[in-house]
Each structure stands twice: as structure tokens, then as C-alpha cells.
Design a protein around this ligand. Structure first.
Ligand code: CO
Length: 250
């Protein structure tokens, strides 16, 4: 796995989500398309060397439509970039990992396949082999630093991600959390009780290239957030159900 290819976020309407993600946050749109077999209209936005995928359900009975009805807008899945998706699926099948797709299919990110959320501690994981080069070159004013995952058993969840995908552990000063490096980004696995009992994806941490300019954009848009000196935490409804933490620094 080369990097976090994208983080998928379910939204009610793409046009509304664009107001925050494109206009206020400033993420460049890379592509938008209807994906009939997933029952969605989806868009990929550049976010550093990662992307944000926004998913608007077109079919209330489809899996994304049911997710929206049950859980509301928010983090939906996590996609890793792999150079050879067929080889990756073969390796996972040999390890008896539960897969939703046993063979790759065409998705917005290239050739894609989903693992069953049971395989990764409640996190829905997608794999993608992009058709274009991973260096898309669209500069974005913020980039993904890490994705926070809540787990009932941090050690077990981190061992699962390490054994399935080979992510190295980043040394931390003890404590109950584990950090795994994925390309230039990272997965931070924390005890579920630290994050209100949530298991699975909880929050995104981003780094802003120009923090002052971003705060000006938030003021202009009336974005509700809690400001510190070099960091800001958005109210989830301001960012379509996503707990977003944006920092000035690494
Ligand atoms: Co996706």
C-alpha cells in the first residue's frame, strides 16, 4: 500500500458539500461522476497527496443511501492505493480476509475493491489501483496529516492493519494509542472510550499551508469552529458530519 488514496465522506447533496470542501476549505475538484453500481454521485477532491471522496446517494435503498439514513453525513470509508489490486486481493483471500469484492471493478479512483468492515475492526476499507499516476499535481491549501480510528482493543486493531497491509508503527511515547505510517499520512488508533465509544473512523487531522488565510475563509463563510492559537476544530455539522481538526504545524 503506497498511501491513503482517499477518505470517503457521505453527504446529503454534493452541491452543498462543495460550499464547504471546495469554496471554504479550497480543495480542488479532480473528478466527478455518477457510479451506477454504487448508487452514488461521487467526487474526488485533492487534499495533499491524498484525496477526499464525497458521496451523494442517488438510491435510498443502496448501501450509501442506507448509511445516510441511519448515521447521517460523515466518514464512510478509507481507501489505500495499491500498485496491483489483483495481487492484493489474492493475498487477502489467502489470509481468509472477508471481502465484499473478490475481483476488482471500475470505480472513481480506478480499479477498486472493498473489504468487509469486519476485516478491519469496523472500518470499511477500499483498495484502489489508480489508472493515472498517483502524482496528480493539484496543489491544495490543506493536506491530510492523519486519520483517527477508535477501537475497543487498540493493540488488536493495529495488529490487523499491520498484518493485512504492512504499515509500519510510528514510535510514540507509550500510552494507549498506536500510530501507523501510510505514505506521508498516518492512522492514529485510539481507545474507543477516548472518543465517546465510537469504533471505526472518528476524525481527520489536516495541516494548513496558510493557516491565517484559512481562518479568513472560515470568517467569511461563517464556519462554526473552536479556535486555538495554531489549530482549529470544526463543529461536525460545519464539515458535513466529519470531526475535522486543522493545524498550522506538522
Ligand atoms: Co472510495
Amino acid at each position: 500500500m503506497r498511501r491513503i488514496h482517499h477518505v470517503g465522506i457521505v453527504v446529503t447533496r454534493l452541491a452543498e458539500a462543495y460550499r464547504f470542501y471546495r469554496e471554504t476549505l479550497g480543495l480542488p475538484l479532480l473528478t466527478e461522476a455518477v457510479i451506477p453500481d454504487q448508487g452514488v454521485r461521487a467526487a474526488l477532491l485533492a487534499c495533499g497527496d491524498t484525496e477526499i471522496e464525497l458521496l451523494e446517494p442517488l438510491d435510498a435503498a443502496g448501501s450509501v443511501g442506507r448509511f445516510l439514513a441511519k448515521r447521517g453525513e460523515g466518514l464512510h470509508h478509507l481507501c489505500f492505493d495499491t500498485p496491483d489490486i489483483t495481487a492484493a486481493l489474492t493475498m487477502l483471500a489467502e489470509k481468509h480476509v472477508e471481502l465484499i469484492d473478490r475481483a476488482p471493478r471500475r470505480g472513481l479512483a480506478g480499479q477498486i475493491a472493498f473489504l468487509h468492515p469486519k476485516a478491519c475492526g469496523g472500518v470499511l476499507v477500499e483498495l484502489a489501483t489508480p489508472t493515472e499516476s498517483p502524482e496528480h499535481g493539484a496543489a491544495s491549501p490543506v493536506r491530510l496529516k492523519r486519520l483517527v480510528i477508535g477501537a475497543r482493543d487498540v493493540k488488536e486493531a493495529s495488529e490487523t492493519f499491520q498484518s493485512l497491509f504492512g504499515f509500519p508503527e510510528v514510535a510514540m511515547n507509550g500510552g494507549p494509542r498506536t500510530m501507523l505510517a501510510v505514505g506521508r499520512g498516518a492512522l492514529l488508533i485510539v481507545p474507543a472510550e477516548e472518543v465517546g465509544g465510537t469504533e471505526g473512523m472518528v476524525a481527520l487531522s489536516l495541516v494548513a499551508e496558510d493557516f491565517t488565510a484559512l481562518m479568513t475563509a472560515f470568517d467569511r463563510a461563517g464556519t462554526k469552529c473552536l479556535r486555538g492559537t495554531g489549530e482549529v476544530t470544526l463543529e461536525p455539522h460545519a464539515s458535513h458530519g466529519v470531526h475535522l481538526h486543522i493545524s498550522r504545524y506538522e
